[in-house]
Design a protein around this ligand. Structure first.
Ligand code: ATP
Length: 202
């Protein structure tokens, strides 16, 4: 059984940056929930077939791929449709993440789940690592990266779990409110700890 570290954090907290550092410096395998969430609705999947049967062919782009923006609009406006979609996709995503974890070969694996707290997926990981950042900095980075306004960034943040809710489930915390170069020392220390915990430091 792979030792699994669940990596989470709010929008623009630095999850991708952190995961890449674990991978580049320590060759740790990454399983990314966002990537898997796209795979389960790719062309030819039972996920996409079920969505098309439920919402009609208007939910597809001309090339047959899922029109994600349209689907987002529908579920944003209708809680029942959101719950229908989650009930369809969440078990598929969980299953695929489990399978992907069994194929990892590094001493431990990082399971990146942005909405780990919101979707209560703590039990998928042996250890929860939260990337923590001041909210004002998180808003600034989101605005800069996505080219959106302050109110828009704020509304995205307020739809997510709060910083306190995430920290409440954290076993370990990476602080990312300062410069990027502060990350590697924190990651190096955690890597040593996870090697010891996974029993593969011998
Ligand atoms: P999302 O879940 O929204 O995709 P994320 O948590 O994966 O985001 P990143 O993509 O790693 O976050 O980082 C968000 C943005 O903030 C990126 O533009 C990244 O370059 C920048 N960033 C991350 N960490 C720092 C830092 N310490 N200093 C300055 N910029 C940073």
């Amino acid at each position: 059984m792979t030792f699994v570290v669940g990596l989470t954090g709010g929008i623009s907290s630095g999850k991708t940056t952190v995961a890449e550092l674990f991978h580049q410096h320590f060759a740790i395998d990454i399983v990314d929930a966002d990537v898997i969430a796209r795979e389960v609705v790719a062309i030819g999947t039972t996920g996409l077939t079920a969505i098309t049967e439920h919402f009609g062919h208007n939910i597809l782009n001309d090339d047959g791929t899922l029109n994600r923006a349209r689907l987002r609009e529908i579920i944003f406006a209708d809680a029942d449709e959101k719950s229908w979609l989650n009930q369809l996709l969440h078990p598929m995503i969980r299953q695929k993440m489990q399978t992907a974890l069994t194929h990892t070969t590094s001493p431990y694996a990082l399971l990146v789940i942005p909405l780990l707290v919101e979707n209560q997926l703590q039990s998928m990981a042996d250890r929860i690592l939260v990337v923590d950042v001041d909210e004002s900095i998180q808003i600034q980075r989101t605005m800069a990266r996505d080219g959106i306004t302050y109110p828009h960034a704020q509304s995205i943040l307020s739809a997510q779990a709060t910083r306190a809710e995430r920290l409440a489930v954290a076993d370990d915390v990476i602080h990312n409110s300062t410069e990027n170069h502060q990350l590697l020392p924190q990651i190096t220390e955690l890597h040593q700890k996870y090697l010891a915990m996974s029993g593969r430091n011998l």
